[in-house]
Each structure stands twice: as structure tokens, then as C-alpha cells.
Design a protein. Structure first.
Length: 309
């Protein structure tokens, strides 16, 4: 079966959504433990101004730490060109910028309309291209609120396809579809993935970022896999949301996603038993913070065996 790439977004998307700031050493322990469990990529933070998100103030230090872990791809979110410059300066290996398909959400989230965002994407792509070949981060555009918006409501699929094309033409290596607000359903996921791939090319859309707001996260992930998606974002313990999208709740739970994939025979390279133990680091660092997931509560079934990595 196809190998599925799991990108852990908890240290960014998860922690930005809670009021408390996790201590730097606890974040390092979390990242190191997930990497040791075989998680191949971790989004360690974002370069949003600390005045807006103090939870992300130590992102540069986390990148430096995570780059020292062999085999780990170190990802970061950047809201604009200035953020991209900071990410490149500290050696981020992958950058993503949120490009909201809801213009109202875009103005709230990054204070830019669609035209300004396409210009920002172009400027970042030019910055990346100007770097030495070995120092160029992978530049992806996350098409946020692609399935619906808590501010605007339904989002036009025609507009998503059009703006995905604009992002690629502006120089992004690829785009990902993000269900920022948990509006998606499996039929919608299949249809939109198919439409976007058909317009920009199958190799330019590999990633889904899903939320579990209405309990459809894993069903939506499976729908994406059936349309050729090979990278899935997830958050340990289901932490996450968007501070600038009212009602947006947690991401799909990394532990549950890895269990589903393993049970179906997909390869992820992740040791599920080791992954389940990482949860304790968050629980100790953020006592009382709600953590989600059925697999951690129920445990692994009797006789369960993973496919060898």
C-alpha cells in the first residue's frame, strides 16, 4: 500500500489555540518524542508576531532544536513575506502560508484580501527562488476555509479552484486544502480534491488539513486518501483550531489517524505504542487541558499488529 506522510501540527496549530504558553523545554521534549516515534514531519511553530500569539514566541529556538533531530522535516507557518524571511534565516525546511478562500476570514486572519495575498505568495516564491539550492525551503500554500467559513458560510468551489491556480501561478510549489472550520464532508472532500487536482495537476495537491468539529475528520481523511492524497496533518490529542475563525475546534487526532491507517494496512513509519506515550508530555506541561482521542482511551485491540515500516 501507499506510504502516508503524517505532519504533526500540534506544536503550532494546537498550542496557538489555547491561552497558556507551554514551556520551551516541554515543547522540545514533545518534538523529540514524536520524532523518536517515527513522525516524519512536525510543524514546530509560526512567525506570527508574539504580540498576537505569545504561544509562538520561541519558534526560532524550536527550529534550531528540531533541525538537530536526524530524519525530521521541520515545518513552520508564515503569515507574510516578513515571516518567510525570518523562517529562511533560521533554516526552516518547509514553509506554508495560509491563503483563506473566504476573503472575510483572510482580512481577519492576515489583514489581506485575495489580490494582496496572491502578491504576497509571489513575493515569497521569489525570495525562496533567490536562495542557494540547498537552502531553499519547500513552499506550500494552505488553502484555508476551503470547505466553508464560520463568517461567510459556504465557499464557492469555483473560487477555490481559481485561487489554487493563482497560487501555483504565483510560484507556490504546491497547495493543500484546509478545512479550517470543520465544515467538510467526505463527498465534498472527494469532489474538491478531484477538481483542484484536475486544474493544477495531481502532483500539486498532496495535503489535507482537517478538523474534527462535527466528528467527520477521519471520514474526510479517508475520502482524501481515495482521491490520491498522501499527506495528512494531525494534532496530538486533537489540540487546535484557529483563533481568528469563530467556532473552529480541534484538528484530527494524530493517535486515532495513525491507528486507522495502521489498521487498514497503510505504512506511516510511526510506532503507535511509542506515539501514545507522547501524550503524557502534554498532559504534564498543560495540566487540565482537554485532550481528545478514542485510541488513547481504549488502547490497542488484542492481537493488533502494525505493518512493518
Amino acid at each position: 500500500m501507499t506510504r502516508i506522510h503524517i505532519s504533526e501540527v500540534g506544536p503550532r496549530d494546537g498550542l496557538q489555540s489555547i491561552d497558556r504558553v507551554m514551556p520551551l523545554e516541554a515543547k522540545k521534549a514533545w518534538i523529540a518524542a514524536e520524532a523518536a516515534a517515527g513522525v516524519p514531519e512536525i510543524e514546530v511553530g509560526s512567525f506570527v508576531p508574539p504580540s498576537l500569539l505569545p504561544q509562538m514566541a520561541d519558534t526560532a529556538e524550536l527550529i534550531a532544536f528540531a533541525k538537530g533531530i536526524e530524519g525530521l522535516s521541520v515545518a513552520v507557518l508564515v503569515p507574510n513575506l516578513k515571516g518567510a524571511e525570518r523562517a529562511i534565516a533560521v533554516g526552516a525546511e518547509k514553509m506554508s502560508i495560509p491563503f483563506s478562500m473566504s476573503e472575510t476570514h483572510s482580512l481577519k486572519n492576515v489583514r489581506k484580501d485575495h489580490a494582496a495575498m496572491v502578491a504576497e505568495i509571489r513575493a515569497i516564491a521569489e525570495l525562496v527562488a533567490a536562495q542557494p539550492a540547498k537552502a531553499r525551503p519547500h513552499f506550500e500554500v494552505g488553502l484555508a476555509t476551503a470547505f466553508g467559513c464560520t463568517i461567510e458560510g459556504p465557499v464557492s468551489e469555483d473560487n477555490v479552484v481559481r485561487l489554487a491556480t493563482a497560487a501555483i501561478e504565483a510560484g507556490a510549489v504546491e497547495v493543500g486544502l484546509s478545512d479550517t472550520t470543520g465544515y467538510a464532508n467526505p463527498a465534498q472532500v472527494k469532489r474538491l480534491v478531484r477538481r483542484v487536482k484536475g486544474e493544477i495537476g495531481a502532483d500539486r495537491l498532496n495535503t489535507l488539513h482537517l478538523h474534527n468539529t462535527r466528528g467527520l475528520g477521519l471520514a474526510n481523511a479517508l475520502a482524501g486518501l481515495e482521491e490520491g492524497i498522501t499527506t495528512l496533518d494531525a494534532s496530538l490529542g486533537g489540540l487546535g483550531g484557529c483563533p481568528f475563525a469563530p467556532g473552529a475546534s480541534g484538528n484530527i487526532v494524530t493517535e486515532d489517524l495513525v491507528f486507522m491507517l495502521a489498521a487498514m494496512g497503510y505504512e506511516t513509519g510511526i510506532d503507535l505504542e511509542k506515539l501514545l506515550k507522547v501524550r503524557g508530555i502534554i498532559a504534564d506541561a498543560l495540566p487540565g487541558e482537554p485532550l481528545y482521542g478514542f485510541t488513547p482511551d481504549a488502547g490497542l485491540p488484542l492481537g493488533f499488529a502494525q505493518v512493518a515500516a
